[in-house]
Design a protein around this ligand. Sequence first.
Ligand code: AFD
Ligand code: MN
Ligand code: MN
Length: 432
Amino acid sequence: MTFKISPDLIGTENRKLEQAQDDDYAGLARQLDRRGIDIEAMTRRAMDYAVAIPTWGVGTGGTRFARFPGLGEPRNIHDKLADCGVIQQLCRATPNVSPHIPWDKVADYNALRQEAASYELGFDAVNSNTFQDQSGQKTSYKFGSLTHASKATRDQAIEHNIECIEIGQKLGSTALTVWIADGANFPGQTNLNAAFDRYMDSLKAIYDKLPRNWFVFLEHKLYEPAFYATVISDWGSSFMAAQELGPKAKCLVDLGHHAPNTNIEQIVARLIRAEKLAGFHFNDSKYGDDDLDSGSVDPFRLFLIFNELVDAELRKAKGFAPAYMIDQSHNVTDPIESLMVSAMEIVRSYVQASLVDRAALAAAQDESDVMAGHRLIKQAFNTDVSPILAEARRRKGGAIDPLSLYRTSGYRAAKAGERPVSGVASAGKIGR
Ligand code: AFD
Ligand code: MN
Ligand code: MN
């Protein structure tokens, strides 16, 4: 019998916090009412918002230097589903998981789908992996995959992506996310345009295999592991590829995959306008692809991105249906704690952005009243919407205070007993 957090514990712990929660909620309701905002409408928005968890996120990540495994970390996709189930149980904002193939390969995908459903989880976009060699693989990805100079290697990478689509169909997914590590570390290593042309040929072969209701998400990344030139380095390359491929191809924005200080919200606005925004990999960063927890370093940037998203949602922008996912590497925290806090920070940004008085903002912009416009944005960002987030969780059967409840539950200690260290733990991003 594996350890599970009992719904009774959620009830008991919530009861201890109920009075303070009611009090804070009523106070915020009065404040928002003065601003002409109905708190109930905001709570409903918080309840409806969802962000997917990547299966690799519940493993401990690492840096290029070391990985320090955590206690009781997941050994396989079954353990990972259990951990993702806890995040959903307590936070109620993460009903889907995004699998990574081949890390999450199993013999029976229908059974895996059932297993996920037993945790009230479904499957989001499938991630292919051609940035590592797998055992038994015919040719190596050392010098590239979908853009490799050798056709045999490109074909092998194409086949892998097609297999991912097939697996995804069994799991109930409707999207394939393609991130490639392909690029060059030296000037002269590759022909920059020939590599892009090969990417297009490979992607066309994959695109042709997409089922009717499927999308392919193209994930750009500025650098790493290719440090001189990445083939799909930026949203311009990604957009060019998506345009050429057709309506089922869209551009995925991983927040960490840009140069520091890049105006990501503007990229998001442009992609919305072009009906090419696939969705997000949320994380935070200071210097590069740091994969830090969402909202931990620059919550204002996250808010500004959501400001564009809510604007598009409310004006019913054509083709706007972004897929939201977290993509972080947890090196020094318990991944479950990081993912719970991150999910809550993402919903926080969404609700804060929903508070912006859009009519007043448009009027300020029309009148070139700079400070008025800026103040409207800051007023929304500075509003502490924590009571709304807690209320949304409570009404959905989650925890008023997920982090404290998780610690009280003893889940990690129980898993440390159940999941003995084998030395081959299936970990997070770098470790596996
Ligand atoms: C790598 C990439 C990218 C991708 C992830 C999973 O930087 O963020 O989404 O692997 O394939 O970390
Ligand atoms: Mn990513
Ligand atoms: Mn990344």
